[in-house]
Write a protein that binds this ligand. Structure first.
Ligand SMILES: [Ca+2]
Ligand SMILES: [Ca+2]
Ligand SMILES: [Ca+2]
Ligand SMILES: [Ca+2]
Length: 415
């Protein structure tokens, strides 16, 4: 008995030392094999909470690396680069879009994932993928990227997927929401391998919100949208950006071009957006394209936005069904766009309350500023109380449809 106890103690000690060795090993990721070993170890040992790269490591992956653990995990890249050009495959479906399970780094978990100072480039499919299990419940997942570069992925750069179905199909998802925090990062040149793949794509389904906070980040030159937040089922979208560029996105599919920043909110729930110092130029569809449907409102506070040379509207906000639009825009330049500069459309029950201060909208193909409140779009007579637009220091010139604010059932007040 004593001997058995002693043996057990020895086994425990060995197990402990092997855990230390494992930790030691994960602390020195310097190759594809050591990265796989580190992730594999973390998949089976929930005491492993970090993966640490040796400074400046360069790895070419030959297959996706897949985390399936239940613990929160932090990846310290230390300036390392992963080339994903040989890591996975996709097939084109009947609509010539792509279906795949692959990505260079895949995290199948509802636990928090943090990634620091890592580059993932040239992925054969997606760059970084977070798949939220359909049975996830309780706490929202937090995904935090700091000093991360995801470039030249064939499909999505970053894909956070709470959708139980393949890609964009269906409405079934987990009970949790998604908290995304991104700082000092770049998402460049992704989505050039098939139709409708964005620099950043968040698909949230079922219960739960999307909270996205993005700072000091470049989201440029992606084939689909620069970033798309797609929320369905119960729940809201809260998005903040500060010092962000969303330039030159949406060029891949000539038949259905894409935006700089696209929010699609469906069912119960609202959109609340707060942008400060954002450049949104040269996108092939809209610059900012926010669509809310079902019950819920859109609140947008936009300050210091340059939105020029977009092929469609620079700033387009659409609210359908019950709910209002409240939009405050300050220091906006929405010039030289292919449709309207600023276009707000509210329909169903609800009203528009908007305030524009120091706004320039020159040389747009249609209107500089258009704000329309409807119950049913294009109705002949308004049956609702009018909305209200207050303008101060708003300048328009050279717009294709003239330089007056185009309104429907909105009272215009000049200050
Ligand atoms: Ca959900
Ligand atoms: Ca939801
Ligand atoms: Ca809604
Ligand atoms: Ca409405």
């Amino acid at each position: 008995m004593k001997r058995l106890a002693l043996n057990l103690a020895m086994i425990t000690t060995m197990a402990a030392s092997s855990a230390v060795a494992k930790n030691d090993r994960v602390n020195r990721v310097d190759s594809e094999a050591s990265l796989r070993a580190a992730i594999e170890a973390a998949n089976y040992d929930s005491t492993i909470k970090s993966i640490i790269f040796k400074k400046g490591t360069k790895i070419s992956l030959h297959a996706p690396v897949i985390y399936t653990g239940h613990q929160a995990l932090t990846v310290y890249g230390n300036g390392s680069e992963i080339d994903g050009s040989l890591a996975g495959h996709f097939e084109l479906d009947g609509n010539l879009t792509a279906i795949t399970e692959d990505g260079s780094l895949v995290f199948n978990t509802a636990s928090n994932i943090t990634i620091h100072k890592l580059t993932v480039s040239h992925s054969a499919t997606r760059g970084i993928v977070i798949n939220i299990p359909a049975d996830a419940h309780d706490k929202d997942i937090e995904v935090t990227l700091d000093k991360v570069i995801i470039s030249h992925s064939a499909l999505y750069g970053l894909h956070i997927d709470d959708n139980a179905d393949d890609f964009d199909e269906g409405f079934v998802g987990s009970d949790i929401g998604i908290d995304l925090k991104i700082s000092q990062s770049s998402f460049i040149g992704n989505g050039t391998g098939a139709i409708d793949f964005d620099g950043i794509r968040v698909d949230e389904r079922g219960k739960g919100d999307i909270h996205a906070v993005i700072m000091q980040t470049h989201i440029d030159g992606n084939g689909g949208d620069g970033i798309e937040l797609d929320e369905a089922g119960e729940g809201d979208v809260y998005a903040s950006m500060m010092h962000v560029t969303l330039n030159g996105n949406g060029f891949y599919n000539a038949a259905d071009l894409d935006d700089g920043f696209d929010i699609d909110e469906a069912d119960a729930g609202s959109i609340e957006v707060n942008l400060f110092d954002v450049e949104v130029n040269d996108n092939q569809d809209e610059g900012l394209d926010f669509d809310e449907a079902g019950e819920g409102h859109i609140h947008a506070v936009l300050r210091k936005i340059t939105a020029q040379n977009n092929f469609n509207e620079a700033i387009k906000i659409d609210e359908e069904d019950a709910g209002d639009i409240a939009a405050r825009m300050t220091k906006i330049d929405a010039s030289n766009n292919g449709d309207d500069g600023i276009q707000l459309t509210e329909s169903g029950e609800g009203k528009i309350i908007s305030n524009l201060h120091q706004v320039t909208a020159d040389n747009n193909n249609k209107y500089g500023i258009k704000m329309e409140q409807w119950v049913v779009e294009d109705e002949e007579e308004s049956i609702e109380p009018a909305g209200k637009l207050t303008v101060k220091r708003v300048e328009m010139s050279g717009n294709g449809n003239g330089d007056d604010v185009k309104i429907n059932n909105v009272m215009l007040m000049k200050k």
